[in-house]
Design a protein around this ligand. Structure first.
Ligand SMILES: O=C(CO)COP(=O)(O)O
Length: 254
């Protein structure tokens, strides 16, 4: 049974005190909800992570992650944060390859392959994001784009390393736009991703891989999306900034 995950991506929102207050509310609201094979994760800005980890102690179904990590282990990279530093705070996850990082910070598949290696070496679980732009979908190249992101970003891993990944399908045209992929559109891509994993690593690995959907996911559309056979949860942007909305999405699994 693969893990179901609802992960919040706070992006560059919430100052330190706002972040701690929201996380405390979320803990109180989801602590009795995330059960069994299910987990709630908050990926906050770096400065919140250590405190959120402290607040989450004792709640085994609530985890904390970062939104990025540097590809090098350490060194003269002013302003950057290493995977080892993140791990040392007690964080469990790191988002890698978010489309905003690809778009605004020029992150390529080759760079993301390195970031993935470094994160795994430091015992962080990457939530590896893939997804096509509107232009790519309209040109009917979305399957090729996604396959290339998989092949160049993560298919160099051996099966044991690959098994530690969570994958998030986030169509760029659905992020922050209020336009969600239909459940059929999302399922079609998730099924494609799982088939590609099966072709590379075998059916057992594919069946065990958690694949999240992200892009304007909210309490109203989550149930239908999560009911699809290959959608194992969500990566939530805007709705993770409201405790009630995020909690309602977590509760969708119950
Ligand atoms: O980018 C996202 C999560 O990583 C999705 O953002 P929204 O839920 O705000 O569309």
């Amino acid at each position: 049974m693969r893990k179901k995950i609802v992960a919040g991506n706070w992006k560059m929102n919430l100052d330190y005190n706002e972040g701690l207050a929201l996380f405390s509310e979320i803990i109180n609201m989801v602590k009795d909800e995330a059960t069994g094979t299910q987990e709630a994760v908050i990926c906050s800005p770096f400065i919140h992570i250590h405190s959120l980890v402290q607040l989450s102690k004792g709640y085994s179904k609530i985890a904390v992650g970062a939104q990025n990590a540097h590809q090098e282990e350490k060194g003269a990279y002013t302003g950057e944060i290493s995977a080892k530093m993140i791990k040392s705070t007690g964080a469990a996850y790191v988002i890698l390859g978010h489309s905003e990082r690809r778009q605004y910070f020029g992150e390529t598949n080759a760079l993301l392959a390195k970031k993935t290696d470094t994160a795994l070496k430091n015992d962080l679980r990457p939530i590896f994001c893939i997804g096509e732009t509107l232009q790519e979908r309209e040109a009917n190249t979305h399957f090729d784009v996604i396959k290339t992101q998989l092949v160049e970003g993560i298919f160099h891993l051996d099966a044991d390393a690959f098994a530690k990944l969570v994958i998030a399908y986030e169509p760029v045209w659905a992020i922050g736009t209020g336009v969600t992929a239909t459940s059929a559109q999302a399922q079609e891509i998730h099924e494609f991703i799982r088939k590609e994993i099966a072709a590379k690593y075998g059916q057992e690995v594919a069946d065990a891989t958690t694949i999240l959907y992200g892009g304007s996911c909210n309490p109203t559309n989550a149930a239908e999306l999560f009911a699809q056979p290959d959608i194992d949860g969500g990566l939530i942007g805007g709705a993770s900034l409201k405790s009630r909305d995020f909690t309602d999405i977590v509760k969708t699994f119950n």
